[in-house]
Design a protein around this ligand. Structure first.
Ligand code: GSH
Length: 331
C-alpha cells in the first residue's frame, strides 16, 4: 500500500490502521496547542507569524482554507499547498498548477516539517498543519480546532469580522460537528477504506442513514444549525463537495448521489456559491489525489473524466432564509 508514516522520526512505508474486523481506524492528531487572541497559550494571534500547510484535495484541510478565506485572513496567515498526489513518500511540494511551495521551511516533503517540529515524531503526516514561524514548531494539526482558532482567536486580524460560531449557537454547532463526524466526514473514509464486507456494510449504512437524516433537517431550514452559516456547515460542505466527484465511485458510497437528495444538493450549491468559496475548490486536485493515491482501491491510477456537475446552478435556498434556528435534538 502506498503512503507511509513517521516512527520515531523515521519514515516508514505503512498502510492505514485497521482493527481486527477490517474497520478503518483514524488515529488522533497530536499537535494540539492553541493560538490565543490574548497570548495566554504562548502562541499569540499575530499577523505574519503563522503558516498554514494544506492540500486542496483534502476535506479536512479544505475547511481551514475556507475559514482563512472567508474571514479575510489571507494576509495574516501565509499558505503552502502540497502536490495532490500522495505516494510512497507522503505529501510533497511541487510546481503542479495550484500548488504553493514551502517558502517557510523549504521542505521537499511535508514530513520534514513534522520532524523539524519534533525529531522523534511518531504518527501520520497529515494536512492541515499550522506552523509557528517564531518558535519553529507545529501549533496544531486538527482541522476542527484550527477552524475555531481562525474564527475566534484571529478575529482581531481578520479583514472580515463574520462569525461562524456565535455564542448563542455554540452548543448546537459543537453537537452538529460531533454528529456528522463519524457517520459522514469520517464515514466516507470508513466506507472506502473498509477491509471486510462487514466493515463496509456497517460504514455505508451509517453514512446513508445520516445523509437521510440531514436531508430531512435541510428540508425545513437553510443550514445545519438554523438560518446562519456556521463552522458545522463548512465541515459538511467539504465532504459533500467530494461526494459525487470521488466518494460515490472510489469509496463505493454508491447508494445515492448527493444530486439525488434535493435538499442536500441545493444546500451544497448554496454553500459553493457563497462569495469566496468557489476559489478554494479545486476539483482537479481532488480527483488527482484520490484516484491516484490509493492503489489498493484503484490499482490502475486512472482518473475518470466525469462526472459533469454544475455547482453554479440555481439552488433556491433563499426561500428558507427567514427560518428560525432548529430546536429538535440531533439523532
Ligand atoms: N483529524 C485530522 C485529519 C487530517 C487528515 O487525515 N488528512 C489527510 C488528508 S485528507 C492526510 O493528510 N492523510 C495523510 C496520511 O494519513 O498519511 C483533521 O481533521 O485535521
Amino acid at each position: 500500500m502506498a503512503t507511509g508514516m513517521l516512527i520515531n522520526g523515521q519514515w516508514r512505508k505503512e498502510g492505514y490502521e485497521k482493527d481486527t474486523q477490517g474497520r478503518f481506524v483514524r488515529n488522533p492528531t497530536t499537535f494540539r496547542s492553541w493560538v490565543r487572541a490574548d497570548g495566554s497559550s504562548g502562541f499569540p494571534a499575530e499577523s505574519g507569524r503563522y503558516h498554514l500547510y494544506v492540500s486542496l484535495a483534502c476535506p479536512w484541510a479544505h475547511r481551514t482554507l475556507i475559514m482563512r478565506k472567508l474571514k479575510g485572513l489571507e494576509e495574516a496567515i501565509s499558505l503552502s499547498v502540497v502536490d495532490p498526489y500522495m505516494g510512497e513518500e507522503g505529501w510533497q511540494f511541487s510546481d503542479v498548477p495550484g500548488c504553493i511551495p514551502d517558502t517557510v521551511n523549504h521542505a521537499r516533503y511535508l514530513r520534514e516539517v513534522y520532524t523539524k517540529a519534533d525529531p522523534n515524531y511518531t504518527g501520520r503526516v497529515t494536512v492541515p498543519v499550522l506552523w509557528d514561524k517564531q518558535t519553529g514548531t507545529i501549533v496544531n494539526n486538527e482541522s476542527r480546532e484550527l477552524l475555531r482558532m481562525f474564527n475566534w482567536e484571529f478575529d482581531a486580524l481578520a479583514n472580515n469580522r463574520v462569525n461562524f460560531c456565535p455564542e448563542d449557537l455554540r452548543n448546537e454547532v459543537e453537537k452538529t460537528i460531533d454528529a456528522i463526524y463519524q457517520p459522514i466526514n469520517n464515514g466516507v473514509y470508513r466506507t472506502g477504506f473498509a477491509q471486510s464486507q462487514q466493515a463496509y456494510e456497517e460504514a455505508a449504512t451509517e453514512l446513508f442513514n445520516a445523509l437521510d437524516y440531514w436531508e430531512g433537517v435541510l428540508g425545513t431550514q437553510r443550514y445545519l444549525c438554523g438560518n446562519r452559516i456556521t463552522e458545522a456547515d463548512w465541515c459538511m460542505f467539504t465532504t459533500l463537495l467530494r461526494f459525487d466527484v470521488v466518494y460515490y465511485v472510489h469509496f463505493k458510497c454508491n447508494l445515492r448521489h448527493i444530486m439525488d437528495y434535493p435538499h442536500l444538493w441545493n444546500y451544497l450549491k448554496d454553500l459553493y456559491q457563497q462569495p469566496g468559496v468557489k476559489e478554494t475548490c479545486n476539483l482537479d486536485h481532488i480527483k488527482q489525489h484520490y484516484y491516484r493515491s490509493h492503489p489498493h482501491i484503484n490499482p490502475s491510477g486512472i482518473v475518470p473524466k466525469g462526472p459533469v456537475i454544475d455547482f453554479e446552478a440555481p439552488h433556491h435556498r433563499g426561500q428558507l432564509v427567514g427560518e428560525e434556528s432548529r430546536v429538535t435534538t440531533i439523532f
